[in-house]
Design a protein around this ligand. Structure first.
Ligand code: NAI
Ligand code: MG
Length: 355
């Protein structure tokens, strides 16, 4: 299979962790006989420095000519004083909107050897394996009018039937490849948008008789995530609820450096990036944890290219390296062997080639 991949390293540890992910993708291509072509493009602070704006037209053109994109992270103290349209984070929001990436997918999976660093009790966090599917381009963050007067402020929450249908369909399709359960999260006892959301889920579920569906109010879901996170398979929800619940869920695994994410649409194109930021405190030291970036590359193989075997092989290789006790400094502990970003990627590749 021939695929064109855009690589946007960004700022801080972004270049280090994306390089690790690219090396792993090169190994996958060798091992399974694919041709992946990588083209580099600037985003965030890196793009501000080179082009004077966080999302240059050159980068958009490179993405448009590719099948999927890998992104590191953006931001850092150097650009913190910039006006908002010139901030690195603007590049991320703009690229998601530009490419209509309405589906944000965040898997949360417990890593056995790291359960000790979860804020939850080990017996609660053990065997957690869920995916949060968040609507990313509509809802309260984008609804108009957005207004401010001296005495009041307005935000608008709008969802169209079509916007709900397409995200719900994505969640059903993901559930089919997993344990076959969808939890739809809303606030249907109060919000009109949530009543419509629930109606659409009820309609769409008839097309997926093999998937089990439950509705849950967002406040209940927030509680269940910390009391019984194992009960979830796929959670689908609107933009703001998804923002909050996915950050809540992200602490279950105990390290930010472990969590991948994808922002996709229906034709296969997507942007794959770690959940963590640019970590300026450790940038340039070859000690960032590349796990989230490598697992983001595995999500690309799965969701953009349909390469499920290859994706599973990468996930297993990462798990194998962690089980062998190798890790980066952020997840160091008793009996662990702390290695560099580059050495971790090399271990994953060795494991892949051995499988
Ligand atoms: P952060 O995620 O960059 O760092 C938080 C803490 O976790 C730091 O101590 C950092 O060293 C550590 N950490 C994060 N990723 C790690 C990894 N892979 N390996 C080892 N340790 C890791 O969040 P913070 O400090 O709030 O933000 C730093 C910059 O990143 C800011 O400019 C912020 O705007 C930006 N940011 C960018 C995001 C993105 O590009 N998607 C997301 C979040 C923040
Ligand atoms: Mg958030």
């Amino acid at each position: 299979m021939v695929k064109r991949i855009t690589v946007m390293p960004g700022d801080g540890i972004g270049p280090e962790v994306t390089e690790a992910a690219v090396e792993v993708l090169r190994a996958v291509a060798r091992r399974y006989g694919h041709a992946f072509q990588f083209t580099y493009a600037a985003i965030g602070g890196d793009a501000i420095d080179q082009y004077g704006k966080p999302l240059p037209d050159e980068t958009i053109a490179v993405c448009e000519a590719s099948d999927a994109a890998l992104l590191g992270a953006v931001g850092g103290p150097k650009w913190d004083q910039q006006p908002s349209h010139l901030r690195p984070e603007r590049g991320l929001l703009d690229i998601r909107k530009k490419f209509d990436l309405f589906t944000n997918i965040r898997p949360v999976k417990a890593v056995p050897s790291l359960l000790g660093s979860s804020p939850l009790k080990e017996e609660v966090a053990r065997e957690v394996d869920m995916v949060i599917v968040r609507e990313l381009t509509s809802g309260l963050y984008f609804g108009e009018p957005k207004q401010r007067s001296p005495k009041s402020a307005v935000d608008t929450l709008v969802y169209t039937r079509a916007e709900i249908e397409r995200i719900v369909d994505q969640a059903f399709q993901i559930a089919r490849t997993r344990k076959g359960k969808v939890t739809s999260v809303d606030k249907a006892n109060v919000l009109e948008t949530s009543k419509l959301w629930r109606e659409v889920v009820e309609e769409r579920m008839t097309a997926y008789p093999d998937v089990e569906v439950e509705h849950m109010l967002v406040d209940t879901a927030a509680m269940k995530l910390i009391t019984n996170p194992r009960s979830f398979d796929v959670i689908v929800t609107e933009n703001m609820f998804g923002d909050i619940l996915s950050d809540e869920a992200s602490v279950i695994t105990g390290s930010l450096g472990m969590l991948p994410s994808a922002s996709t649409r229906t034709d296969g194109f997507g942007i794959y990036e770690p959940v963590h930021g640019s970590a300026p405190d450790i940038a340039g030291q070859n000690k960032a944890n590349p796990t989230a970036a490598i697992l983001s590359a595995a999500m690309m193989l799965k969701y953009s290219f349909g390469l499920h075997t290859e994706a599973a092989a990468v996930e297993e290789a990462v798990a194998g390296v962690l089980e062998d006790g190798y890790c980066t400094g952020d997840i160091a502990g008793e009996g662990k062997r702390v290695i560099s970003t580059g050495a971790f990627a090399a271990q994953v590749i060795e494991e892949l080639e051995r499988e």
